[in-house]
Write a protein that binds this ligand. Structure first.
Ligand SMILES: [Zn+2]
Length: 454
């Protein structure tokens, strides 16, 4: 078998090339911006990428895969949040990184081998910008920022098929790093005291103090941790333009070689038929759903119920269906004889997954086998299917009422701030608790934590 996956650059379903005999399969996917809790639309992308990681391990061997996913811990949004809360940037990003990790673990996503941060790779980004300036692909502007010159890279637009004229019109509309007159994008942003607080570093040669633009971080981290050319680059479809287009431009101009051999993008998640928004009341974090009584495994199952390259409509009903599907799988597992993995009864499930990651067809094939209850299915071969789908059947069926560690830590901090009569800090922590779905009821001597009702 071979994994076939749609390639967004060539616009066709292609086999993934096996890794070079002397190296691992190099897989990169763009990670979260850590300034708020990730929502289930974000987690659709991360769960789909987790299936890719699992298939790569099954296909090439776990030790022949290297998976890197970044953390964006400095950009307009993270700095904006730190400024709003009047707290250090690192404190804000650590808090949301911890929650992201906890959510990924609940959803049974395998952690990447390397999880680099933007702030941990300033030198690498500055080095890359220096090279781009030397090669004539980048220039300094009057305020000491550095921009990538799009006309220096004739292939710009190949991934998104965007034309030069459209670029000038659309860029400024949805990316603060783009210059609206020419479409050039920022590699380095000069320090602005009123907006940036204390967030600044020494810049590239001749540039002002400041911070890297958003796009350069992925190019620099990929070069450092995976090399000049990678085998697979993935992300949500919202990153295709301009972010991935810009990554290609930066990396190919700096390194002089192909950046990614294969590009894959997963589609958006809709909730109750529309885009998620807080005002519509259809905006969910994983914590929100667990608070309502659903298990993280049911959320994972529901996120796999639609084809990853089509929009998926997520509803609370789909979570009920997912809980009952998991109950069926648990009961089925209990009836299986203990065997090794050598059985081909589940081949149709793997065939669907390897055919452009058709997760709904894979689940359909699985339930055909489960309902028939025949063949030579054994626990070993069934567990291999559960590994590929990342479904952990020993996870609790119903959610526990345990209070998450992050919530307990925030509550302790808030209580201490209140005792010290630091009411601004206490209020800010109360808002953090609300953002993850909890509230504190205070008496004179103690407090109680309760999930927020919606
Ligand atoms: Zn990226």
């Amino acid at each position: 078998m071979a994994i076939k996956l749609y390639d967004s650059l060539s616009r066709e379903v292609r086999e993934l090339r096996p890794p070079h005999p002397l190296g691992a399969f190099r897989f990169y996917n763009c990670g979260p911006t850590v300034y708020a809790p990730a929502h289930i639309g974000n987690f659709r992308t991360f769960v789909i990428n987790d299936i890719i990681r699992r298939l790569l391990e099954l296909e090439f061997g776990a030790s022949n895969v290297k998976h890197v996913r970044n953390l964006t811990d400095v950009d307009d949004r993270t700095i904006g949040q730190a400024q709003k809360e009047k707290r250090p940037l690192a404190e804000i990003t650590k808090k949301w990184t911890d929650l992201f990790h906890a959510d990924c673990a609940s959803l049974n996503c395998i952690p990447p081998h390397v999880e680099p941060t933007a702030t941990g790779h300033i030198c690498e980004q500055v080095d890359m910008i220096d090279v781009l300036m030397k090669k004539g692909n980048a220039y300094r502007s009057a305020d000491g920022s550095v921009y990538f010159k799009i006309t220096s890279f004739p292939e710009y637009g190949a991934l998104s098929r965007i034309k030069e004229r459209e670029l000038k019109i659309t860029n400024s509309a949805f990316d603060a790093d783009h210059k609206d007159d020419v479409g050039d994008f920022a590699l380095w942003k000069a320090y602005k005291p009123a907006e940036d607080g204390d967030v600044k570093w020494t810049g590239p040669q001749g540039a002002a103090e400041g911070r890297p633009g958003w796009h350069i971080e992925c190019s620099a981290m990929i070069k450092k941790h995976l090399g000049d050319t990678i085998d697979l680059h993935t992300g949500g479809v919202d990153l295709l333009f301009p972010h991935h287009e810009n990554e290609i431009a930066q990396s190919q101009c700096c390194n002089g070689t192909t950046f990614a051999r294969h590009w894959y993008h997963s589609e958006h998640l809709l909730v109750d038929g529309g885009t998620m928004s807080k005002s519509k009341g259809n905006y969910y974090t994983l914590g929100d759903l667990v608070t309502r009584g659903y298990s993280p495994m049911a959320v994972r199952y529901a996120l796999l119920a639609g084809h990853p390259r089509k929009q998926l409509n997520f509803t609370l009903d789909s979570l009920h269906a997912a809980e009952s599907a998991l109950t069926t799988l648990r009961a089925y597992r209990a009836t299986l004889p203990f065997t090794g993995t050598a059985s081909d009864v589940f081949t149709p499930v793997f065939a669907a997954l390897e055919d452009d990651l058709n997760t709904p067809a894979a689940l359909g094939a699985l339930f055909t086998i489960v309902n028939r209850r025949g063949g030579d299915a054994g626990s070993g071969s069934f567990d291999r299917v559960m590994f590929a789908l990342g479904l952990k059947l020993d996870a609790p069926a119903a959610p526990t009422t345990d209070i998450p560690a992050l919530v307990k830590a925030l509550a302790e901090k808030r209580w201490a701030a209140k005792q010290a009569k630091n009411f601004g800090e206490a209020d800010s922590l109360r808002r953090d608790l609300a953002a993850v779905g909890w509230t504190m009821l205070d008496s004179k001597t103690e407090y109680k934590l309760e999930p927020l009702k919606k």
